[in-house]
Design a binder for this molecule. Sequence first.
Ligand SMILES: [Zn+2]
Length: 578
Amino acid sequence: MHRQHWSVLVVAGLAACGSPEREDVADLIIDHGRVYSFSWDDPAVDGTPAAGAPHAASGWRPDAEAVVVKGEDVVFVGSSAEAGRYRGKGTRVMDVHGATVLPGLIDSHTHVLELGKLEVQVNLIGVATEKEAIERVVDGAKDVPDGEWILARGWDEGAWASHYPTWDLLSETFPDNPVLMDSLHSFAVWGNKKAFEAAGITKDTPDPNGGEILRDASGDPTGVVLNRAGRLLRDAVPETTDAQFRELVAAGLKRMAEDGYVSVHEAGVDTCFMDALEALESEGELPIRVYAMLSARDGALCRKWLERGPVRDNERMLITRSVKAYYDGALGSRGARLLEDYSDRPGHKGVAGCDYGFDMELVAEMMRSGFQVAVHAIGDAGNRETLDFLASVIESDPETRALRHRIEHAQVVHPDDFSRFSELNVIASMEPAHSVEDKTWAEDRLGPERVKGAYAWRTLRKAGARLAFNSDLIGSDHDIFYGLHSAITRRDKHENPPGGWYPEQVMTAEEAIRGYTIWGAYAGGLENEMGTLEPGKWADITIVDIDPLVVGSTEPEKLFEGHIVATLVGGKVLYQRE
Ligand SMILES: [Zn+2]
């Protein structure tokens, strides 16, 4: 495995001469790093670094070499020589040999339960053939006892649509366990005979509305069910126990720690999920910090929190003071609400608001009770109507403006609405990767004019809006180097289009990193605790093996060569690469 006990790189207990005062002795010194504290001011809205930034005509240079940690906090950031003064008996030193030390990364919009499922279940992403898929299951399910369900997910039903697999080889390989193989986009489920038996699907089972059971000439099922027939198989899997649910959540969070993140903002937590998070927190088992957004679709949970009130204590691993609401659908499937018709479907504007389950009264009540509201809005009408809604609550209760509400995605914004983000103190919470993933069809949906207001990070910044960057995993890859590359280049993983897609919207390397650090911290009301490396802040630190400021500014295609070296939360090393 890639993990290694961190003491290997640690030299313990070397007493320096001129030992410091007892209360000044560090627990940990991260030394010989290219440390960027990000303690200087934000860049101008056009991306020009602030006067105090460690940036000159020659480019970026680190503003420190060492970070000193005591307990869970940073106590000093500066030169190695000065950091040495904190060294005493018991101080552990982590020599990072010139790696780049950044404020801990924050993914401010995630779905870690789904990530946990990918971790715990057999991951089939990228399999090319039926045989390869089954080999992966054989490999991944070695420890599953006979009779128990084996779960896998990720085979690409789109790519396999002309030659769906059957249950033959799968049933032969797994005669004693029901096996369920969910597809990448969940439109197809593949199972073995045992699974179909457990689900009671036979020759006599009719195809459900909007679904299909694939069959042979005699009408017998052959191992794959499509679309809404998927639930016939999925419902046969025993319900997740509380312990399993906790395990999934913990697995997703642990994976995020390995991928360099010190915190996630979980976008839509329901009752079961919240129970798992609270249990993990009380057992001290939350690996990284979680900023939980309650799902507005779970009215009972929201009402419970209305009584309880938002968490104001920032000294916690789990902070709940935000609500995730959903205003419209997605652009790709033409569910996002547009002001004018879709360019590629006349007469259609998408769905929104009450039709989409947006409970205005509940959300307004949450705002008035001190909760931040994070509203999913994609289309230009979706964004405008969400801004209208926020404005109306703010008008009647002006103190709610200070809660830093957010629009999640803010994907297509009408030119008249950009300035309203800053007027209403609303954060645009956006996914750099979406711009490069959607570029092939976004213009079809929107046409050449409206697309200029899509994924418009620069326009938003120039209009005074605050941004936060995130992945919206598992829909997009949360790899930080991919996120930074998307933000800095607006090119995909194959560097297309070479000039960038609507390149006037690109971010600088500094802005991109801020989007995943201090701006994410601000979006969670935690900018005094995290997001930069400064004395008094939490020792939440991400160490990487390339300098993303230098590489991102000069050869951004090389960002993909970067790796996470270590992740620390509250001074504790959660992950360290070999
Ligand atoms: Zn999401």
